[in-house]
Design a binder for this molecule. Sequence first.
Ligand code: FAD
Length: 426
Amino acid sequence: MGVSKLSPAISYISFIALYFSFYTVASTSSNSLQDDFINCLHQNTNVDFPLEKTFFTPQSNASLFIEVLKSTAQNQRYLTKSMPKPEFIFKPVHESHVQASIICSKKLGIHHHVRSGGHDYEGLSYVSHIETPFIIIDLSKLRQINVDIEDNSVWVQAGATVGELYYRISEKSKIHGCPAGIYPSLGIGGHITGGAYGSLMRKYGLAADNVLDAKIVDANGKLLDRTAMGEDMFWAIRGGAGGSFGIILSWKINLVPVPQTLTVFTVTKTLDQDAGFKILSKWQQVADKLVEELFLRVFFTIAGNNENKTVAMSYIGQFLGDKGNLMEVMNKGFPELGLSMKDCIEMNWIESIMYSSGFSTTTPPPPEVLLQAKSPIGEVYFKAKSDFAKEPIPILGLKGMIKKFLEENAALMIWTPYGGMMDKNP
Ligand SMILES: Cc1cc2nc3c(=O)[nH]c(=O)nc-3n(C[C@H](O)[C@H](O)[C@H](O)COP(=O)(O)OP(=O)(O)OC[C@H]3O[C@@H](n4cnc5c(N)ncnc54)[C@H](O)[C@@H]3O)c2cc1C
């Protein structure tokens, strides 16, 4: 969680359309495995689990099985015909079912993959990259959220999405927020244990920095809270990556203050405009040093047609304050971008979440859409990679990078600045 002095984390996300949407399901019978698992679950929990709502197998209902497998899988590459499929999917409806699942998969010698929001780049929560039978424990039915404004905290279960969490907080208060990821369909379970950064990180740090307590099931099926797991393990689960130290059932997270008025903006430049590289170079020098209320990312996309391909760079900003104050900050620290009052849109925090997260900005749906846990970009096939730059990339390097970028048919690159609280964390 410690962060170096600078600077942009550079993420490359290439979307490669493959369009194989056939599915086959495992032909081997897993009935006896499933029966043994169910019997074992009964022996290890007193809480009932209606089979038709919790167990999904290719044998009992192939199309429903595929529907459930696909339901939150974000990367379609790992759902194609050749990809291994689980023997069955189990959706616990009670925390004790997760404990029992660990005990039973150990006892039966079957690998399990845990899924919360299904946004793992390499599909680790729903596909196996080694040739071994596996099952999925899907936490999507464990999605309770209890916001306690007086205590300034929220308990959120692993199967909830980031969007639901933000919505439930905004329902209770317009001046409280929570630092976590930007993309609303991210799962709380995999996301926070993996580091989780978002638009409040320069002001308040990562979600993991704001975790106060957690409930986790360890490798022996024991349920532990912060006191029971001890401070070493509590440190490890906040950034140590999904599945490394047990199954997270829920997090208690600190709420943070947000102003009633925030300002968002998007300014798009292309590289064939003379100033394109100069503005980008200046962004690299200042983005992590501007006031920590400002979160200013750059999105690179391919624009134009085949003969006239270029790169569009959208500077997308979120400012914790009104547009007058934002203009002062930008005029002083980054006038080269040419931000004007008419680019600035004032809104509240939950509206700013919608603005930043990929929903239409011209006709945004109501914030209740965040409760549907749907991905705003729909079904995509992609390869994604993240990297860190600690020094500004010189113009020569930028030109080489852009040349490579333009070789793709469809690609997206996002530059995200750190600084602020991210420099202060040990
Ligand atoms: C479109 C998209 C947008 C993204 N945006 C952001 C962003 O704004 N900020 C950011 O920081 N990251 C972002 N990410 C990366 C994302 O945070 C990680 O991929 C994260 O691990 C996803 O968590 P999940 O629960 O949705 O995924 P899952 O695929 O369900 O899980 C990811 C990993 O964690 C494990 N896991 C899942 N649940 C649990 C649990 N309860 N306990 C223990 N292990 C578990 C899984 O087995 C898997 O290995 C984005 C990814 C995508 C695809």
